[in-house]
Design a protein around this ligand. Structure first.
Ligand code: SF4
Length: 286
């Protein structure tokens, strides 16, 4: 492969450094969406191409990897820290008073970073904060949060045992669904949180969380009922002792509040997770 033009190399280095300063360390190629995907029709489960930059076939990015242009660029600040409490603190500091996407100027009261056990075996990931979460600065504290607490309790564990976060950390106005650019700007921080916590299982609550974590577009009926292998972006190879998490998809508690008939289906999803983690439901009275 011909050597990269020095001008281009410099420009790419500057661009990568710029993204690093924004807190973005991992780069992906996403295939253009098909008309079926855009229209929301059901599509066969095909992972979107989520290759890392090094796998990109077209110059100049392939050359970037070959020449290891990223050498000397800032590693993720938390990478050298073994203690997950300190590592999460660093990610929070890196996020700062974030203005990276437009949600920062659409009425958020505060950033809702995530809460729970930094060494959790089980993580729940929702879509974004609602009004109560925005006020209290903690994910899943409203009515949906109460239901999530009950679901966690039914699994024989406590809320403090798990870690809970969202795809976006600022409340979308009127509780609208976070937009794609907002998810893509914010989710690298969630990926870094997952890479630090190293859970055995991640449960995606609802289609928005599932689609963003898995980078696949499919209806809930196809997403649920199985485990996916999940490795957060950029974590590959960092820790030989952690080969990624299993990811399961279930309904968002807010959806279950609107349609309680689906609670039985959600319980089946959680039972699959319990079986994998060796959890037993509490005996009555506990
Ligand atoms: S949603 Fe995420 S990326 Fe957007 S402003 Fe809030 S913290 Fe920053």
């Amino acid at each position: 492969m011909p050597a990269l033009d020095p001008e281009l190399r410099r420009a790419l280095t500057d661009r990568i450094r710029y993204y690093n300063e924004l807190g973005i360390y991992d780069f992906y190629r996403r295939e253009p969406r098909s008309a079926a995907m855009e229209s929301g029709e059901a599509v066969t489960l095909q992972p979107e191409s989520r290759e890392e930059m090094s796998a990109r076939k077209v110059a100049p990015t392939a050359t970037v990897a070959k020449e290891n242009i990223a050498e000397g660029l800032t590693p993720k600040p938390e990478q050298s820290i073994a203690d997950p409490v300190s590592a999460l603190k660093l990610i929070r500091e890196d996020l700062g008073d974030c203005t990276r996407c437009k949600l920062h100027k659409q009425g958020r009261k505060q950033i809702v970073f995530g809460v729970g056990n930094p060494r959790a075996e089980l993580m729940f990931v929702g879509e974004g904060p609602g009004a109560d979460e925005d006020t209290q600065g903690e994910p899943f504290v409203g009515r949906a949060g109460q239901l999530l607490n009950n679901m966690i309790k039914a699994m024989g564990i406590r809320r403090e045992d798990v870690y809970i976060a969202n795809i976006v950390k600022c409340r979308p106005p009127g509780n609208r669904t976070p937009e794609r650019d907002e998810c893509e700007t914010c989710s690298p921080f969630l990926m870094r949180q997952i890479a630090v916590i190293k859970p055995k299982v991640v449960v995606a609550l609802g289609a928005v969380a599932a689609k963003n974590l898995l980078a696949i577009n499919a209806p809930m009926s196809e997403l649920r009922g199985r485990f996916y292998d999940f490795m957060p972006a950029g974590a590959r190879g960092n820790d030989p002792a952690w080969q990624g998490a299993r990811l399961a998809v279930t309904y968002h508690p807010a959806f279950l509040l609107r349609d309680p008939r689906q609670k039985g289906e959600a319980w089946k999803d959680l039972q699959m997770v319990m079986k994998f983690l060796g959890l037993k439901p509490p005996k009555s009275g506990e």
